[in-house]
Design a protein around this ligand. Structure first.
Ligand SMILES: O=P(O)(O)OC[C@H]1O[C@H](O)[C@H](O)[C@@H](O)[C@@H]1O
Length: 561
């Protein structure tokens, strides 16, 4: 496939008319009728065969409703989509984001110093390393107590203000790596436009000890600018001097002018580039608060984990390529089993925000309805991603996973070593991690194999209760296992999902790097905000529902509750 072919976003033959697609549809009729019990019974070594390993992560994909033929056909589908060429194009810095004519070069953010990569004549890696160096100096100064607030006090509180990719990445990764963080520093994350978020995050804080990091790629985002200005006012009111802003605010953005207009000096601005998508930005300067928490060395260890997975994705044969396998399996369930959702179930409390993070990564990337060439797709695209840290989910929604009517493919994510061998210091109980992981393994087994009516009866269950206690099984899952939750393991895990999402987007022939769908709501909100702020009741020209709701709102907000 020629480069021009890719740049103009021309497409391979329509997805559903390709040989591999048709063969998969045909094959689904056979495999869809088989039970995982059967697939395991037919191949005693299935669990030993259907796995792959990279960058410290072991993927067991044997509990999926596939056989060797399924894999062969899915890989053929990948080939027929030009997957290899598209991966190369992304790593090379081609404008794979065709609707915005931009590269998607997040892989450059974690490439080792000295790597050669020029885009439009610019040494991209050198620029990345320069910013990393500035971030490290700033982080070290804060961690070491050399960076002082306006009144000479040490900074003890860091408040990250940002939304979407400028919040979810740092907030998720900070929580994930809290074990490695400097505990004398306190971190808070403010994203929501609701004033409650900032009010609660700053409650009880001494402005003299507080640093705000305003994160926004565009520096035009309503939520972030509103919260940023409110924080600025709060800070100046407490410290009594506009000049305090210089010691209490930093910014992360691609928009130097916007940052300057806000009143943050270039010395406290950390830049990145338009080729970093918001949802792919946690390893850019957007991760500044994370770097302050865990230190530059651990941050670099996280980048090394990202890079290890990048290298694997770029070079490993597709049949052993973790992101490709995960991506192809997502396509298999979405398009051939009509699964509409996918659950992500990390068995680690520190990964509690991972499902929310993956929602943006997956759904903002692949929630698209037209192909690169602008044609309406005639197949389903992104699954709805949801989930919760184990074992909490087991006591709420797992009932549906086991016995509901929807097929929900699940990703189970776990670690061989917990970070807390004792629940509390001095406690004599067994390693609590074993109990957690016993549940982890038990759930994937129960989902796959279930419990037959004969087994239920053999337990002495009354006949009329038997149907209620049967678990059909045949519910697919992936198991992702690493030794321990380290910065490197987190980086590799995030990169795994980034590239799985890209793989899916390539198969669906959509632009995984734009997000036009969020624009209309923003534009309407601006118009509506002007109407709500108007003292005279303006003539409302929305639909009759919106008009009525707004009038009711206007009336009730003036009456005392
Ligand atoms: O970083 P910002 O420019 O403030 O953007 C924050 C977020 O808002 C937008 O609406 C996009 O949907 C997100 O992809 C982005 O991460």
């Amino acid at each position: 496939m020629s480069r021009t072919f890719l740049l103009v976003g021309a497409t391979p033959p329509p997805l559903t008319s390709r040989r591999a697609w048709k063969a998969l549809a045909e094959h689904h009729r056979v495999i869809g009728a088989l039970h995982l019990r059967q697939l395991f019974a037919d191949d005693a070594r299935r669990g030993e065969r259907l796995n792959a390993e990279a960058a410290g992560w072991y993927l067991d994909y044997s509990k999926n409703r596939i056989n060797d033929e399924t894999l062969r056909l899915l890989l053929a589908l990948g080939d027929s989509s030009g997957l290899r060429e598209r991966i190369d194009a992304m790593f090379r810095g081609d404008p794979v984001n065709t609707t915005e004519q931009r590269a998607a070069l997040h892989t450059a953010l974690r490439a080792p110093a000295g790597t050669q990569l020029r885009v439009a004549g610019i040494d991209v890696i050198a620029e990345v390393q320069t910013v990393l160096g500035r971030m490290a100096a700033f982080a070290d100064a804060l961690r070491g107590g050399q960076w002082l607030g306006y009144t000479g006090k040490r900074i003890r509180n860091i408040v990250n203000i940002g939304i979407g990719g400028s919040d979810l990445g740092p907030a998720m990764a900070y929580k994930a790596l809290r074990h490695y963080s400097q505990r004398e520093l306190h971190f808070r994350f403010v994203s929501n436009l609701d004033a409650t978020a900032l009010v609660e995050a700053t409650r009880g804080l001494d402005a003299a000890e507080t640093l705000f990091i305003v994160c926004s790629k565009t520096f035009t985002t309503l939520e972030t600018l509103t919260n940023g200005h409110a924080a600025r006012t709060w800070c100046v009111a407490q410290l009594g001097d506009e000049r305090a802003v210089a010691r209490h605010f930093a910014a992360v953005s691609t928009n130097a002018e916007g940052v300057a207009r806000f009143g943050i000096a270039p010395a406290q601005m950390f830049g990145f580039w338009d080729w970093v998508g918001g949802r792919y930005s946690v390893d850019s300067a957007i991760g500044l608060s994370l770097m302050i928490a865990i230190g530059p060395e651990q941050f670099r260890a996280m980048l090394a984990g990202f890079h290890a997975m990048d290298t694997h994705f770029h070079s490993a044969p597709f049949g052993r390529n973790l992101p490709v396998l995960l991506g192809l399996l997502a396509v298999w369930y979405t398009n051939f089993f009509n699964a509409q959702t996918q659950a992500v179930l990390p068995y680690d409390q520190y990964l509690q925000r991972l499902p929310a993070y993956l929602q943006q990564l997956t759904m903002e990337s692949n929630g698209k309805q037209v192909t690169l060439a602008g044609m309406r797709v005639n197949y389903a695209t992104s699954p709805i991603v949801w989930g919760e840290a184990g074992t909490n989910g087991q006591h709420s929604f797992y009932q549906l996973l086991h016995q509901g009517t929807a097929l929900v493919p699940c990703d189970f994510i776990g670690f061989c070593q917990g970070l807390h061998p004792q629940a509390l210091e001095g406690s004599q109980s067994d390693d609590p991690h074993n109990l957690l992981m016993a549940n982890f393994f038990a759930q994937t087994e129960a989902l796959a194999f279930g419990k037959t009516a004969a087994q239920v009866r053999a337990e002495g269950t009354a006949d009329k209760l038997v149907p209620h206690r049967v678990l059909e099984g045949n519910r697919p899952s992936n198991t992702l296992l690493a030794q321990q939750l380290t910065p490197g393991a987190l980086g590799a895990l995030v990169a795994l999902y980034e590239h799985s999402v890209f793989t899916q987007g390539v198969i669906w022939n959509i632009d995984s790097f734009d997000q036009w769908g969020v624009e209309l709501g923003k534009a309407l909100a601006n118009q509506t905000a002007a109407e709500l702020a108007s003292v005279h009741a303006p003539a409302l020209e929305h639909d009759s529902s919106t008009n009525t709701l707004m009038r009711r709102y206007q009336r009730l907000r003036q009456e005392s509750p």
